[in-house]
Design a protein around this ligand. Structure first.
Ligand code: HEC
Length: 172
């Protein structure tokens, strides 16, 4: 039935462009101002900022690296999820920021009849906790469709405030 194809394709295009519109208007996503070298929403929650030429903010780029160092073994590459653990690109949009941070710091275990899945606690791991806002920012950008899979090609420089925070967090 070739006649049904164009309508189907149209639906796909509409779906694919939806996240970009949400990105420009959703107050939970829109980069409103900077705090300590990070883009945040009007409510002060970390968020991403992607320039028109595709340059991503430092936090999104750093989060890409940290996510793939610490989380992707269970949660799959690019925040896509795996058979073992949920797709964090979706969790970053669905969960409240503070709940997201809380689960990573404290861990979580769901014991079911068919499966036993454990989210470890990272609260004492500086390689995660010192970069958690970056990881969250990256996953939010992925969930909103603002960055593609893989390593972002262009990134902003690391803001000096972020470097200073990192030094004190890592105890350096
Ligand atoms: C050893 C495997 C493992 C690693 C490593 C891991 N996770 Fe998880 N994570 C899980 C599992 C399994 C769950 C689901 C737990 C449940 O069902 O309650 C989960 C759940 C979560 C959730 C809740 C998601 C939701 O939608 O409810 C968040 C947030 C999360 N992980 C963040 C992270 C971050 C960030 C990292 C890297 C710093 C990370 N995880 C590394 C296994 C892991």
């Amino acid at each position: 039935m070739p006649k049904s194809l164009p309508i189907h394709a149209l639906g796909l295009v509409a779906l694919a462009t939806l996240p970009l519109q949400a990105q420009e208007t959703d107050p939970n996503l829109v980069a409103d101002h900077q705090e300590n070298g990070r883009w945040v929403t009007a409510e002060g929650v970390p968020t991403f900022k992607v320039e028109e030429d595709g340059t991503v903010d430092w936090a999104t780029f750093s989060g890409f690296r940290r996510y793939h160092a610490e989380c992707h073994v269970c949660h799959g590459p690019d925040g896509e999820g795996s058979t073992y653990a949920p797709a964090l690109k979706k969790s970053a949009l669905a969960m409240d920021y503070y709940d997201f941070i809380g689960v990573v710091a404290e861990g979580r275990q769901k014991v079911g009849a068919a499966q036993n899945s454990v989210m470890p606690s990272f609260g004492t791991n500086p390689n995660v906790m010192c970069y958690l806002d970056d990881i969250y920012t990256y996953l939010k950008a992925r969930g909103a469709g603002a960055v593609d899979r893989g390593r972002p090609a262009k990134r902003a420089d690391k803001p000096p405030e972020v470097a200073a925070d990192e030094d004190s967090c890592m105890g350096g």
